[in-house]
Design a protein around this ligand. Sequence first.
Ligand SMILES: Nc1nc2c(c(=O)[nH]1)N[C@H]1C(S)=C(S)[C@@H](COP(=O)(O)OP(=O)(O)OC[C@H]3O[C@@H](n4cnc5c(=O)[nH]c(N)nc54)[C@H](O)[C@@H]3O)O[C@H]1N2
Ligand SMILES: Nc1nc2c(c(=O)[nH]1)N[C@H]1C(S)=C(S)[C@@H](COP(=O)(O)OP(=O)(O)OC[C@H]3O[C@@H](n4cnc5c(=O)[nH]c(N)nc54)[C@H](O)[C@@H]3O)O[C@H]1N2
Ligand code: SF4
Ligand SMILES: [Mo]
Length: 816
Amino acid sequence: MSNINIKNLLACDMSRRGLVKSTAITSLALAAGGIALPFSRRAIASGVLAATAPHRQDQTIWSACTVNCGSRCPLRMHVVDGEITYVETDNTGDDQYDGLHQVRACLRGRSMRQRVYNPDRLKYPMKRVGARGEGKFERITWEEAYNTLAASMKDIIGKYGNEAIYLNYGTGTLGGTMTRSWPPGSTLIARLMNCCGGYLNHYGDYSTAQITEGLNYTYGGWADGNSPSDIENSKLVVLFGNNPGETRMSGGGVTYYLEEARKKSNARMIIIDPRYTDTGAGREDEWIPLRPGTDAALVAALAHVMISENSVDQPFLDKYCVGYDEKTLPAGAPANGHYKAYILGSGPDGIAKTPQWAAKITGIPADKIVKLGREIGQAKPAFIAQGWGPQRHANGELTSRAISMLSILTGNVGISGGNSGAREGSYSLPFVRMPTLENPVQTSISMFLWTDAIFRATEMTAKRDGVRGKDKLDVPIKFIWNYASNCLINQHSEINKTHDILQDDKKCEMIVVIDNHMTSTAKYADILLPDCTASEQMDFCLDASCGNMDYVIFADQVIKPRFECKTIYEMTTELAKRMGVEAQFTEGRTHEQWMRHIYQQSREAIPELPEFDEFRKQGIFKKRDPEGHHVAYKAFREDPVANPLTTPSGKIEIYSAQLAEIAANWELEKDDVIDPLPIYAAGFESHVDPLIEQFPLQLSGFHYKSRTHSTYGNVELLKAACRQEMWINPIDAKPRGIGNGDVIRIFNQRGEVRINAKVTPRMMPGVVALSEGAWHAPDTKMVDHAGCINVLTTQRPSPLAKGNPSHTNLVQVAKV
Ligand SMILES: Nc1nc2c(c(=O)[nH]1)N[C@H]1C(S)=C(S)[C@@H](COP(=O)(O)OP(=O)(O)OC[C@H]3O[C@@H](n4cnc5c(=O)[nH]c(N)nc54)[C@H](O)[C@@H]3O)O[C@H]1N2
Ligand SMILES: Nc1nc2c(c(=O)[nH]1)N[C@H]1C(S)=C(S)[C@@H](COP(=O)(O)OP(=O)(O)OC[C@H]3O[C@@H](n4cnc5c(=O)[nH]c(N)nc54)[C@H](O)[C@@H]3O)O[C@H]1N2
Ligand code: SF4
Ligand SMILES: [Mo]
């Protein structure tokens, strides 16, 4: 079995499984149906219609929800006279958990009709006429839009070079193949730009910037995880800031596996999160709230318990790891620079990481830490995993490495029922993607620092700002492609600062936004292009975080493009014509011909795939992992010499010499810590920052069930079902005179948000939470009235990854 690391080929959220397995043939029992509806609403609906209207054509067409929620779902769209009348989901297969179960869409996907027919739909190409962000536009023709863009591209490339052109992060349709919007290098925009000399690239993502960098030094590359289906072999499940009940909601997603697998193993489940999540909601055995940003302190104390009580897996640490104790500390590391010394207090800081020490930092009582340390030390195998909430912090790189230490200390890596301490992994079908050619430009910036690259680009260096491929940036960003992204405003940190940066159109000269809706980002466009939704074009949809049954969806064209909307392939083809690169760009293929082409290649990799037209009727192709469950680092565990990791030593690096070198050479700001060991360091804007005097509450974000980030944020039904509120404990609400439902002000030095309070014991005292993605609604004083958290977040990056510390914020809260 060959292991191919595919992290760099795959998308932001869902494809992170680290490994593609070679396919073995298993018999497939796909129910031929999918379009056959037994007693469905279709029969009822057409019965009703038949009584009132002459014959109308009622069709069911497969489509999909392609947003970035980490899941993927098929949608069966009911169409009458060219209009979607209602939406259903997967009805194929035997629907057995161990078989080919149904991939049922969540309420967001099922409300797709309300996104397609939303009053916010962009109808025509437009150009800006007011100031940026004012939202004043004038309708133009597609001809004018294409010609303006081609002229601007030529002008900017001529004046500044290709590094002045930037593809902004955007995941609105990353589940698609033709329409795929992320990573930037895998989009049709990239293909176009690669035909025209290239563009400034970005690395990292808003989802996992810190863990990607952090665990790269521990495991080498993207840290893989066991499939959640493997929990059927676990005795204990420990989840750090991992909330599949809200972030993996599909019937093909992690939440379903977690529940079904736990039914089989009866594994205890402990949830460590400042917020009592829906993943818990009565299903957990224990919820342990802790202060945001302090997981590494908790882990250090758990390690103290396990080391003191001799429950660490010493043979595993000796054979597979570097730097646990003196024996495996690399040459060149300082004396007592190893992990055990750090924990027991004989390292440079001289502090023993006792439960009492951690209790003060985390807010978890010391006796609870002792009990948890014993439980984790004794229950084998244990599935220890982290979501990406703990790492989306100022000290997230250290936190991600620290949490993985629990799996490492207990020897749970590479075994069935265990896990690496990273997020769960899954099986992955080797379906072929649209080829997007090579970017001739090597320079890249962290996806989070694009605003800096507009106003202080030439000051940005490799050692201070993480510029890659060059020692420093030579030119600022002058042209931004913003495709299926709300990251210009809504999803990027510190909105008021971004607003100021974008106001000056001498700095960034051209912003082109391609979206379906008039989002807050769209308001900052110079040229605004109306895209087709997934319902208006044909595509394949894939890359779900899907346990041990992967699938591909044939998302057919359901209705004609609305208004003057066009597909991304048509837009980029027209631009390629005007840039003189059409032949290279299209290779003579239409949209459908490209799909048939990549499907043909995919069938070579996955021989069980049916013919194109059969697949089109069938809608979804599912296949179970021939290995049973995906076990991360299995080959390494079996034979670490034959199958080394890609770290410099080939082993798990608890002490990283590479990080020691970076720590010695990079220029860091106050409170920024990079360390060779997975230590606890509070980071900036923590609960011990002097700023706490002025802003005494820690504000953490979370990903919300009513939206996928901001997408679906304009569906009224979903807004009413799951209201936007700020969670606050009664202990913090009472002295502020705040009652449940009251309108409150949440503010800090960066801005102010007004929204209703949810007063609830589900929130840890001292911490408040606001879900990310609400549509920014500023008044004339830039006070937001929708609950958009990015008014309050900072653009200061984390030290190593230069990533977004979205969940690290200090605020004050008051009743309006
Ligand atoms: N404070 C805070 N900020 C965060 C986060 C956080 O936790 N806290 N999370 C971060 C994370 S993890 C991520 S991944 C980012 C996500 O940020 P984005 O990638 O910007 O995700 P969305 O907000 O869903 O925006 C996607 C855009 O795509 C559009 N779209 C949807 N479908 C289509 C389509 O078919 N075609 C086109 N052209 N457009 C389409 C939508 O209308 C929307 O405007 O946000 C980040 N921002
Ligand atoms: N419904 C829905 N699903 C989604 C998305 C969405 O917007 N909506 N977005 C998708 C995307 S792109 C991504 S990247 C993923 C995001 O997945 P995650 O990053 O895992 O989601 P979050 O909600 O940001 O964080 C998970 C939990 O971490 C907790 N947390 C915050 N800080 C800390 C901390 O310091 N320590 C601990 N222990 N816990 C902490 C939060 O309270 C939250 O409950 O979700 C995906 N799924
Ligand atoms: S939002 Fe996610 S879980 Fe919901 S239907 Fe879409 S892909 Fe499925
Ligand atoms: Mo994400």
